[in-house]
Design a protein around this ligand. Sequence first.
Ligand SMILES: *[C@@H]1O[C@H](CO)[C@@H](O)[C@H](O)[C@H]1NC(C)=O
Ligand SMILES: *[C@@H]1O[C@H](CO)[C@@H](O)[C@H](O)[C@H]1NC(C)=O
Ligand SMILES: *[C@@H]1O[C@H](CO)[C@@H](O)[C@H](O)[C@H]1NC(C)=O
Ligand SMILES: *[C@@H]1O[C@H](CO)[C@@H](O)[C@H](O)[C@H]1NC(C)=O
Ligand SMILES: *[C@@H]1O[C@H](CO)[C@@H](O)[C@H](O)[C@H]1NC(C)=O
Ligand SMILES: *[C@@H]1O[C@H](CO)[C@@H](O)[C@H](O)[C@H]1NC(C)=O
Ligand SMILES: *[C@@H]1O[C@H](CO)[C@@H](O)[C@H](O)[C@H]1NC(C)=O
Ligand SMILES: *[C@@H]1O[C@H](CO)[C@@H](O)[C@H](O)[C@H]1NC(C)=O
Ligand SMILES: *[C@@H]1O[C@H](CO)[C@@H](O)[C@H](O)[C@H]1NC(C)=O
Length: 372
Amino acid sequence: MHISLAVPILLGVSVSAQSIIDAVGGQAQLSMLALLLNAQPGLVSTLSSAQNITLLAPHNDAFNQFLSTPGGMQASAQLDVVAALLEYHVINGAFHSSSFTSTPVFPNTFLTNTTYTGVTGGQVVEVVAQNGAVNVFSGLKSKSTVTTPDLQFNGGFIHVIDTVLTIPPNISTTAMASNLSQLASAVTSAGLLSAVDSTPNITVFAPTDAAFAAIADTVKGLTTNQLASILEYHVVPALGYSSALKTGNLPTLEGQQVNVVVDGGSVKVNNANVVMADVIVGNGVVHVIDTVLSLPGGNNTGSSTGPTIGSNGSSPSMAGPSSGTNSSPNSSANATMGSAGFVDFKFTVVQNPPSNKDKLLKLSYAAATQFS
Ligand SMILES: *[C@@H]1O[C@H](CO)[C@@H](O)[C@H](O)[C@H]1NC(C)=O
Ligand SMILES: *[C@@H]1O[C@H](CO)[C@@H](O)[C@H](O)[C@H]1NC(C)=O
Ligand SMILES: *[C@@H]1O[C@H](CO)[C@@H](O)[C@H](O)[C@H]1NC(C)=O
Ligand SMILES: *[C@@H]1O[C@H](CO)[C@@H](O)[C@H](O)[C@H]1NC(C)=O
Ligand SMILES: *[C@@H]1O[C@H](CO)[C@@H](O)[C@H](O)[C@H]1NC(C)=O
Ligand SMILES: *[C@@H]1O[C@H](CO)[C@@H](O)[C@H](O)[C@H]1NC(C)=O
Ligand SMILES: *[C@@H]1O[C@H](CO)[C@@H](O)[C@H](O)[C@H]1NC(C)=O
Ligand SMILES: *[C@@H]1O[C@H](CO)[C@@H](O)[C@H](O)[C@H]1NC(C)=O
Ligand SMILES: *[C@@H]1O[C@H](CO)[C@@H](O)[C@H](O)[C@H]1NC(C)=O
């Protein structure tokens, strides 16, 4: 029996000539999306001529749910906010659903407006195949699941999703919403809030509230500058999504390096475990860790009395409860480092280091090469 080859060949090369607007318009479940797009002629024109894109298209129930929240209602009333939200649903690159695996990927989206993102090249989403489904994680680790994959149009693919994506908020908002309030308050006390929220392309290793609680007494004894140094040691000035993390050292804003060990599915940063990876934030990514990192050079055996700060940055005293004198300008206070697991650090006077562009650029370069 001979079967004509024409049919399979035609199917094999079949490419939809349908525009993105026609493709969305042809789906009853996407009528609300069509309505929203209708009010955005600029975006529609961009999308219509775009090649190799993937649209994550929330279905009507998803938008109805979004609009039933106060935030959603408020957002939907502002065309510019809706524009940003829709841009975040458009991925650079044509991704067939079968291209996603259990290893997460972090493609850039069309959301490049600096009001909403400090991630160069466009804010990202995390996409991963889990238990036979394709899941998309956005801000605050919100999960959307693909319900209808691989609708074709002439510029790529549309995947229908069951919830509207969340534009990743800044780090302080994310911290407050994610049980990281101690970190938020420490960053505020250290005067680093605006730097941490506005420096582009950063990776933050964020200790849980429990991790901070474990060293509460120590933190109380710290000067602002000491606290700032420690917090800066948790910030890597480059984008380190889990897909880019590998075993090795990474430079931090503080100047010293953290050691990352990737072992199968688990990631350690110095002596801390990453307990939640890849919380996407406005200007980068947060990995939640279970221990506050101590600066290198310290004695981490947890002596009950604890050393005090040394007489200068390069050589902290390890002598226990001696009186450290300090010649640095803002360092009149003695820090008592009594708590286990967090006993010493380099003493540095820090004056808004992230505003020091040269230092940041150099560090960013060093950090970015680690991730490349
Ligand atoms: C689209 O993707 C294909 C295959 O990856 C590539 O060859 C082509 O250059 C891309 N086109 C554009 C406009 O980026
Ligand atoms: C960026 O977002 C702001 C606030 O929504 C808006 O006013 C502005 O027009 C946007 N810029 C662009 C280029 O879309
Ligand atoms: C942010 O990271 C991207 C990709 O790694 C890089 O191309 C860009 O120059 C960085 N932007 C800034 C402001 O550092
Ligand atoms: C925050 O912590 C509370 C109390 O420990 C817990 O019940 C809640 O699930 C946590 N929320 C998140 C988002 O982790
Ligand atoms: C972070 O976002 C919140 C909510 O939008 C805003 O109130 C706050 O000012 C932002 N922080 C900075 C430093 O921009
Ligand atoms: C760290 O401190 C403990 C307790 O004071 C001491 O026994 C230990 O020898 C110290 N270790 C180093 C490397 O200094
Ligand atoms: C700091 O301590 C080191 C090691 O003890 C010493 O070599 C250096 O001269 C000291 N620096 C200052 C500024 O006191
Ligand atoms: C820290 O030092 C700077 C400059 O030396 C000074 O302007 C600032 O007031 C000092 N801050 C504190 C808290 O002493
Ligand atoms: C630092 O500690 C020494 C010894 O306990 C004490 O004499 C000194 O007053 C303390 N300095 C400050 C600023 O607390």
